[in-house]
Design a protein around this ligand. Sequence first.
Ligand code: FDA
Length: 452
Amino acid sequence: MAETCDVVIIGAGAAGLSAATRLARAGVSVRVLEARDRVGGRTWTREIDGAMLEIGGQWVSPDQTALLQTLEELGLETYPRYRDGESLYVDRDGVAHRYTGEIFPAGPETEAEIERLVALLHGMSLEVGADEPWAHPRAAEYDAISWREWLRRQSDDETATDVVSLYVAEAMLTKPAHSISLLQALLMAASAGGFEHLVDEGFILDRRVVGGMQQVSERLAAELGDAVRLNAPVRRLERGDDGVVAYADGGIEVRAKRAVVAVPPNLYSRIDFQPPLPRMRHQAHQHVSLGLVIKVHAVYDTPFWREDGLSGTVFAPFETITEVYDNTNHDDPRGTLVGFVSDLAADASFGLGEEAQRQQILEGLARYFGPKALEPRVFYLSDWGSEEWTRGAYAASFDLGGLSRYGALQTQPEGAIHWACSDIAAAGYQHVDGAIRRGWAAADEVLEQLRA
Ligand code: FDA
């Protein structure tokens, strides 16, 4: 027996649930169909061996006003990331240098070159903007050159270009710098308010949510009650003149006037759209993919690095673990380090096998923080690439040329189908803030259609 409602939403991540609650608050009836046995998608706050860990999205920055507004509405509090003391920059020879401030101690000439490149990219990112980067007069040109190659052409200082490259490639899109375009890099920077913000970890990784980011989705879902169905992967979505029909596991069949597909674009092809989507969309979906990063958690009895005057922050562009931060939970006497192993290094790390992988990562942390780092109480490596309903981390980006060719199509409705997720956001692209913004935007499109 088919259920009927005004709008069916596919995916109960921050985007789908933001769309659903906005619609429900406007008096529209909704059903949310979620493939997993939990809500939250790429936000996932888990208790592992007695430690509360953020396996997915966690940080909030001051410009993420949609997320901040949502946190306030849901009664969720935030706390600042610990960052007192000196940070470490690990140079090309593996030597760790202590420093404070934003620019790494890479030598005066290289530092000046980094600053010059950052200023140049900041200006370019603001000029291209996050809303319609494909509409910029030089979009096709910027999309035809790799981020790596463009940087190389700007400077002979390899360390400067490697460092600047990291801010977008390893740290954000989590793909090798040769596989993403300059245009995609500028979108990433513009979506965060400009390149200068990407460089400023004090800004971009400012605060965390007390009790965990997944609560955003959990609380939104609680507001929707029975309208959210878990363990309900949508397999088929039909659309016609009088609306849509979604078919999910468990014999679920939902008829609605409109649908919001709130899953990352790399998973669109898991749904059998009938009639098939137009040719251009099928093409577009084959040029967008998720990056890959391992989020490493190591929990210790105390945050021992602080006694040594260290903030826990490490930048190591030439090492396996390229970034490390103090990720100690609010009001927790234990100390937690979080590290990131990105793209090619992630492939190599998984290739080692579990024991050797653990050893390699802990030895890496020990080189930054001393032998105490070798013996965590809790150790956990995220494996988002193996998650059937995500398949990578953090989010999706186009291959070379894809953004200028297909970008404009991403948010355009297809008949009664609307699209939402952080991967197609402008401001907040790839972040929880962008997921919420796209959720709200899709809901507003739907409301306009329903009222027409
Ligand atoms: P999301 O992927 O969360 O939701 C999609 C939902 O659809 C999922 O629940 C999925 O199960 C479901 N689904 C898929 N196919 C389906 C189908 N056929 N039928 C039904 N359901 C289906 N962001 C940030 O702001 N700060 C941060 O610090 C970080 N850090 C970070 C670390 C790591 C390791 C990851 C993986 C990600 C981040 N992010 C982040 C990114 C952030 O978590 C992400 O952009 C948003 O949570 C995405 O929310 P969406 O709702 O757009 O997609």
